[in-house]
Design a protein. Structure first.
Length: 93
């Protein structure tokens, strides 16, 4: 599973899976096991805002911290994403 960064953000690794690259850009946030059960899922928009579609076990505080991190780093994260996927940013609400 490709990680966006090797370090944790709010105690979670940010990653995506090779099977989920058919969707638009998104970020899973999970513990050290990188397991989807309990992980959160954030779809990323072109301006760096993100939409939480699965909150997993994350607290509201951790979700906010991760969303701020994504907003500050989404361009760099997108460069990693496009190495694996031809799908762009989230275009929903």
């Amino acid at each position: 599973m490709p990680k966006y960064f090797e370090f944790k953000v709010a105690g979670y690794y940010l990653y995506f899976t090779s099977k989920c690259i058919i969707e638009c850009m998104h970020v899973h946030a999970s513990d050290s096991k990188l397991t989807e059960p309990g992980s959160a899922k954030f779809f990323v928009k072109e301006n760096g805002d993100s939409v939480v579609t699965v909150r997993g076990i994350l607290s509201d505080r951790d979700i906010r911290r991760i969303q701020v991190f994504i907003k500050d780093n989404y361009k760099e994260m997108y460069l990693r994403w496009v190495q694996y996927s031809e799908q762009g940013f989230y275009r929903g609400n």
